[in-house]
Design a protein around this ligand. Sequence first.
Ligand code: FAD
Length: 516
Amino acid sequence: MIAYLEQHFLHDDTNNDSLEPQQQQQPILQSMNLTGTIDTTVATTTSAATDFGNLHVTTPLAVIKPSNTHDIVSVIRFASQSQTLTVAPRGNGHSINGQSTAHKGLILDMKNNNELVKLVKKNGCYAVDVNGGMLWEDILRKCVGKYGLSPRSWTDYLGLTVGGTLSNAGVSGQTFRYGPQTSNVTELEVVTGTGDVVVCDHGRNSDLFFAVLGGLGQFGVITRARVLVQPAPDMVRWIRVVYSEFSEFTRDAESLITRKEGESFDYVEGFVFVNSDDPVNGWPSVLLDPDQGYDPTRSGNRVLYCLEVALHYSKGNCSSTVDTRVEKLLGRMRFMDDAIFQMDLSYVDFLLRVKEAEKQAKANGIWDDAPHPWLNLFVSKSAIEDFDRVVFKKILKDGIGGPMLVYPILRSKWDERTSVVLPEGDIFYIVALLRFTNPSYQKSPSVRDLVLQNHEIVQICNRNGLDFKLYLPHYNTQEGWKQHFGDRWSSFVEMKSRYDPLAILAPGQKIFTRQQ
Ligand code: FAD
């Protein structure tokens, strides 16, 4: 039956995805006897053909909503009996370059928001067991609402799934203290590319545990994760301070991330902005409240730097105690006089802060269907001044129509046994060029030009010998991937041959080709 499927539907050399007679495949796929659903309608396969990037279209054969782990096993075993079928676990599809798509393959729609969050206590530590398809925003609400507890390490935006971020790393302003999200899970349940259900942790099946973390979906489908939690604070003082000199910005940022807990802020990030009135790229992007004032004539520099920090506190703290702690921490820093913006908000609202930006972007038509040619890099501390000089101060001096994040992270907080690859040095910076485009705005540069500019930035880094690695990496050739992984490539390949020898999983990463 699967041979029939391949003969009639998969060997279509015209590559005209939109003309697939998808409905006819349904009966064959039904032979998997899933409890969940199989959807081959054009509307559904079309929506799973793209992602947040909106840069590529790769149409799958069907979108499967599994009801349980057994369904995932059945789908993978079904695909393994064919010669060409692939299976892409898809979280919230918030990749940029088609990483969660599968050309004429099966999409496992993992997103699932009605799963319970189960509290576990082991060796004196609290953790929650969560479904791999849960959105982090739902975990936040359930953990804080039900237990008064919270995961320790986050991403900036929480409309992402557990499986999606753990397949990369998951970084934000807490990473300097707790490491990425991949450093904050103690156990995983995974369905491997051979269709086996494996529970793994530091001691049990540890090779799979570490391979899957940052493993780009290559070794198995994450169906459950045990995430470390701690008491959730009530409130947050959210502060932004502005620097005119990059060296002072980095000095203060690095000082904050290397201090002991209790002697620093609880969250440290930063971004570059244009010294202008431009609502998206300039000073207005720094204000936490539109009523706050600013003065663009204060510095003659074209680009400025904003350090964004936050301090947790409990409702019982009186505001003067919080003020004193904040003043003490800020007192040692060298930002521009009076260039300080702050506000108090609940911990949950702070973590959901990007939700407001999402709402506005949706209303402006630049979130859902617009292209997002984003570029994310980890740049070594040794290279960050050069990067600033060549990229921020020259190529991107007029902004990118969205945030340009830059903040330091400590390497010691990362577990080098995971699949994530990092640049050299004890400190490296995350650089995130989060470009928003408005297709209806005539003066916008073309998406093609923006993609080319991303390539140019990567090439400049290479030509100047800057030490960096792509985060959320994307390469079209295996040679690119080999270079990315460097001396970790052979172990990555070895793990692939152990856990997904037919290369069924996550074909959208374009690392391996499906074997027969
Ligand atoms: P998808 O895009 O659906 O999938 C990503 C990859 O993971 C694919 O290869 C897929 O096959 C695989 N995968 C998905 N689910 C599973 C699973 N259950 N098991 C195994 N493999 C799986 N990243 C950060 O680190 N920090 C940030 O602050 C941050 N902010 C972001 C803000 C926005 C608006 C967007 C669009 C992205 C942001 N990202 C950030 C990037 C984001 O973490 C990654 O793109 C992540 O992979 C998206 O999660 P997702 O659930 O949408 O995954």
